[in-house]
Design a protein around this ligand. Structure first.
Ligand code: PHE
Length: 348
């Protein structure tokens, strides 16, 4: 009888050892401890033994059962442990590996430059104004004192809109002056940055480019105000307080008098040559750069906008932004702005 118990014990331990899952352990439990299990057989056969034998055999049978139950629990623990370490092995992560940096883009150089200009002019009290990029001939030309027969219409090579007579892609931001004045009463101080279009394409011209228009109208705005605003703005833009400006007489139909605004070359500080004596190529050694068109708003334009030209005066200016960005960041070809080549864009 004793040997039967021993055999059963070693048989069950062996079975447990090969049980590789919870279910397999359960099957072993049933095989030995179940209603019709092998252990039951032993217990049943006890009844045929003498009282004495019953005691000893019964005792060792119980001890064996207890031992085996513990072995079962242990096997359950082992299986659980194996399961967890398999998961750990499969799903582990190395938290010390450096993370993948998400690729984050940024605003285009021109857009950022416009933001900077808005800041600079905001500090001088200029608000933002906007107008359409597809403009009527009336606003692009007529209201700006450029009548149909006027030779100035030939000054700008214009994109006309097919099947939409009398509409153009605006050739400058100046029409925003009129839109804004028609909707607002003086005093006004606005800038209007935006896209403009002309049939032009080379190293320094692109068919689409950006301008920033400036307009200030009040009861006694003078050239002195224009000069102060332009000079301060250019010093801020090029981050150089030594920059000087000069105004040369020029002609734009919507201003009187009209002028070109030049500033001292920010590369050679107006010397025409660099500190080491090398001639400055940007300003072609003249020390000045043409930077904007400007003038005192023509009385006709004030009138077209509904202002009394006897009562109000104002100045306006318009500057090409690509040109300024090219100067500021030493960029040598216009197409770099619009090709979207990341090797260029990521430099800024
Ligand atoms: N609109 C002019 C141009 O595009 C620039 C300008 C604006 C000139 C305002 C005078 C006053 O060339």
């Amino acid at each position: 009888m004793q040997s039967k118990i021993e055999k059963l014990k070693s048989g069950m331990l062996a079975d447990l050892k090969t049980a590789k899952s919870e279910q397999a352990i359960k099957d072993v439990e049933v095989k030995y401890f179940g209603k019709k299990g092998l252990f039951g057989d032993i217990m049943k056969s006890l009844k045929d033994l003498s009282v004495e034998e019953k005691q000893t055999v019964g005792k060792s049978a119980n001890m064996a059962k207890k031992e085996l139950e513990e072995a079962v629990m242990k096997r359950y623990d082992e299986i659980e442990h194996e399961k967890l370490s398999a998961i750990a092995e499969e799903e582990w992560i190395d938290v010390t590996v450096p993370g993948k940096k998400p690729q984050i883009g940024h605003r285009h150089l021109i857009s950022r430059f416009i933001d900077d200009l808005e800041q600079i002019f905001a500090k001088m009290g200029f608000e933002l104004a906007e107008g359409p990029e597809v403009e009527t001939e009336e606003y692009n030309f007529d209201h700006l004192n450029i009548p149909e027969t006027h030779p100035a219409r030939d000054m700008q090579d214009t994109f006309w809109i097919k099947n939409l007579e009398k509409y153009v892609l605006r050739t400058h931001t100046s029409p925003v002056q009129v839109h804004y004045m028609q909707k607002n009463d003086p005093p006004i101080r606005v800038i209007a940055p935006g896209k403009t279009f002309r049939k032009d394409s080379d190293a320094t011209h692109s068919p689409m480019f950006h301008q920033l228009e400036g307009l200030m109208v009040d009861t006694d705005v003078s050239m002195a105000n224009l000069k102060a605003v332009m000079t301060h703005a250019l010093q801020q833009i090029f981050e150089d307080s030594t920059i000087k400006t000069r105004f040369r007489v020029s002609y734009f139909p919507f201003v009187e008098p009209g002028m070109e605004v030049d500033c001292t070359c920010p590369i050679c500080q107006g010397n025409g040559k660099l500190p080491d004596g090398v001639p400055c190529r940007l300003c072609k050694q003249c020390g000045w750069l043409e930077i904007a068109g400007a003038g005192m708003v023509h009385p006709h334009v004030l009138k077209n906008a509904g202002y009394d030209p006897e009562k109000y005066t104002g100045f306006a200016f318009g500057m090409g932004l690509e040109r300024m960005v090219m100067i500021k960041y030493r960029i040598n070809h216009m197409r770099l702005f619009f090709e979207n080549d990341l090797r260029f864009i990521e430099q800024f």
